[in-house]
Ligand binder design. Structure first.
Ligand SMILES: [Zn+2]
Length: 191
């Protein structure tokens, strides 16, 4: 009983702790690539869908937006059966293959609908620009793309990239903007 009470107090204190400053998030895609960032009615406020402006989305590298610790890496909902060979296969539920990263200061990012099991595991420490997986269409996804979120204190907030806000704050209407990735600092392998 005491243990439960202590746990509840610890959780409450963590929830009350003010968030730290916004990390220097970068686009979660390869350095120098230009992608369309967008949303649509029913998507949920602040959520961003990314599509490349050139070439196929399938299999493109998904990179950590900022350094942190992987707190989820696996299947969210159900995978469904949408693959490059069967893009209109059965639609899954939720995020499909996904990754969540804790950046400290109560900041988190999430990466959904990956093609294959993530390249990282829960508990891994990742650097900005380290590859997490590849773009796919698992889960509740209409076409291959990357669904991306930034959260502060467990609440979704406007996404920022390279020191600038994306302008995607509401799902009241369809809205898109293009940005070029400045996620250029990581020197490890990207497939
Ligand atoms: Zn989305």
């Amino acid at each position: 009983m005491l243990a439960v009470a202590v746990t509840a107090v610890v959780v409450a204190v963590q929830l009350l702790r003010p968030p730290g400053p916004r990390p220097a998030f970068q686009l979660p895609v390869a350095c120098g690539e230009t992608w369309q960032l967008g949303t649509y009615p029913g998507h949920d406020d602040f959520d961003v869908d990314l599509f490349p402006t050139e070439g196929q989305a399938w299999g493109r590298p998904v990179l950590a937006s900022y350094a942190g610790e992987v707190t989820a890496a696996g299947v969210n909902g159900s995978l469904g059966g949408r693959t490059p060979d069967d893009p209109q296969g059965p639609r899954g539920r939720g995020g499909g293959y996904w990754v969540k990263i804790d950046h400290g200061g109560r900041w988190e990012t999430q990466y959904l609908h990956l093609l294959e099991p993530p390249m990282v595991e829960e508990g891994d420490r990742v650097e900005t620009g380290q590859q997490l997986g590849r773009v796919g269409s698992t889960g509740d996804s209409g076409a291959p793309h990357l669904h991306f979120e930034q959260r502060r204190g467990m609440r979704k907030v406007e996404t920022w990239f390279d020191g600038q806000p994306s302008g995607i704050t509401t799902d009241d209407r369809e809205y898109t903007v293009t940005r070029t990735s400045g996620n250029c600092g990581y020197s490890g392998p990207v497939e």
